[in-house]
Design a protein around this ligand. Structure first.
Ligand SMILES: *Cc1c(COP(=O)(O)O)cnc(C)c1O
Length: 447
């Protein structure tokens, strides 16, 4: 990709960017003092091409969503072929091959027992669906057994992230999840301390003592336990010991609590296993998938559950699960998801992830000795550098663009999660850019 051509004039670019700055919300960005946005003209493979002519190596996979690179011929073809048949039909009373094939794949690839699939629009919605499923299951169960319903709360761990909609937000970390702003309207749930024993460290049962105590004290009120398996992503890029997740499964079984795993970030190979809960060898009752489900093309999510949950809900007085998004089972999204999953298998994802992990380990691990670095964590295709200071987002972003890479840090975390097709040279460029910015005071906030 050497033909850096720009089709827009500078004044066209400026006028677009001006409107954007004045009128368009960006995620977690002030409208009165916005951080700069960079205008993208196209993207190809691991490159993001800015309208201003720079070509950036993508270290973010567009927030964990891009798997096989941008503008992939096979994914484009899947999309075009589906669009030639139909882009969407309502899912009430109608069904289609792309959705059916996708659900068959998801059932086959995910851990045993997850046999029923609910398709929805985004990760947050799939978490809403999972929580609602758990609550409706407990409701139906109490009804069938003619018992009073007491299981109406969730239990989770601190430092979690499950999305931005209200129910999802109510199980996000109470501090970083901004609970104080919405205190009066958020549902109140139980929080255990975050897992503290890291992936690769020696296990000790001390790590689950408070969790076990919370289960023991409140199990009669708890419908479900929700957790991100192995990797707490947005809540701090923390990788925890698989034994923790095993104990979660045991505690859920012991106390008749459903286990929801949120694999939205970790699913499809990112951690070195196809699904992160495989590190612990556990089978969840409910699983949420999203982000890279369509290889980064279109928003799509899925909530899988066991036959037992689906049957119990269906035998309750309501007679069915009470949810149904307009764009449920969108055909374009399902078609591209099928193609992306096929590519993942064809491309030998394990070898791809292993190669990335090896290079991240040699390139990033030495940075642990840097005076500005608190910790370096690597798992599968994820590399995170926790700094001692918060980053100055505008300055560090500008420097990364100057260095030809797209890396977007948050808080004290500089992390990369590149598309699986990235090669060694491109990965070295990402690592090199991080090494460079660590030397620059202007990229950090003194605190
Ligand atoms: C991104 C994310 C979500 C939310 O997904 P959206 O598609 O942004 O709504 C939920 N859970 C986890 C673990 C995530 O990483």
């Amino acid at each position: 990709m050497s033909d850096k051509h720009t089709i827009m004039t500078l004044s066209e670019q400026n006028s677009l960017l001006h409107f954007d700055k004045e009128n368009v919300w960006h995620p977690y960005t002030s409208m009165s003092e916005p951080l700069p946005s960079y205008l993208v003209e196209s993207a190809q493979g691991v490159y993001i091409n800015l309208a201003s002519g720079e070509q950036l190596i993508d270290g973010m996979s567009s927030w964990w969503s891009v798997l096989h690179g941008y503008n992939h011929p096979k994914l484009n073809t899947a999309l075009q072929q589906q669009a030639g048949k139909m882009s969407h039909v309502m899912f009430g009373g109608l069904t289609h091959e792309s959705a059916i094939n996708l659900c068959e794949k998801l059932i086959r690839l995910t851990p045993e027992g997850l046999d029923k699939v609910f398709l929805s629009d985004s990760g947050s919605v799939s978490v809403e669906v999972a929580m609602k499923m758990a609550l409706q299951y407990q409701h139906a169960k109490a009804e069938i057994n003619q018992q009073t319903l007491t299981k109406t709360k969730l239990l989770t761990v601190k430092n979690g992230y499950h999305g931005d909609t209200f129910a999802a937000m109510s199980v996000c970390d109470p501090v970083t999840g901004m609970h104080q702003i919405f205190e009066q309207v958020l549902m109140q749930h139980y929080f255990a301390p975050a897992p503290s024993i890291k992936f690769g460290e020696e296990w000790s049962n001390d790590d689950v003592s408070e969790l076990s105590a919370l289960f023991a004290a409140h199990h009669e009120e708890i419908a479900a336990f929700i957790i991100e398996p192995i990797v707490q992503g947005t809540g701090g890029m923390r990788f925890y010991h698989p034994e923790y997740l095993k104990v979660c499964r045991q505690l859920c079984d012991k106390h008749d609590v459903l286990l929801i795993v949120d694999e939205i970030a970790t699913g499809f190979g990112r951690t070195g296993k196809l699904f992160a809960c495989e590190w612990a060898g556990i089978n969840p009752d409910i699983m949420c998938l999203g982000k890279t489900l369509t290889g980064g093309y279109i928003t799509l999510a899925a909530t899988l559950c066991t036959t037992h949950i689906a049957q119990t809900i269906s035998e309750g007085a309501a007679g069915c699960f009470m949810h149904g998004p307009t764009f449920m089972g969108n055909a374009l999204a399902c078609a591209v998801a099928n193609a992306s999953i096929d590519l993942l298998i064809e491309n030998d994802w394990q070898a791809q992830v292993q190669a990335i992990e090896t290079i991240l380990t040699t390139q990033l691990s030495p940075l642990a000795a840097h005076h500005r670095v608190e910790d370096v964590r690597i798992l599968g295709s994820i590399g995170a550098i926790e700094c001692r200071q918060s980053v100055n987002v505008a300055n560090i972003q500008k420097r990364f663009v100057e260095l030809g890479v797209w890396i977007r840090p948050f808080g004290k975390l500089i992390y990369i999660i590149p598309p699986l097709i990235i090669n060694e040279k491109q990965l070295m460029s990402l690592a090199n850019a991080i090494t460079v910015v660590l030397e620059e005071d202007s990229c950090f906030i003194n605190n």
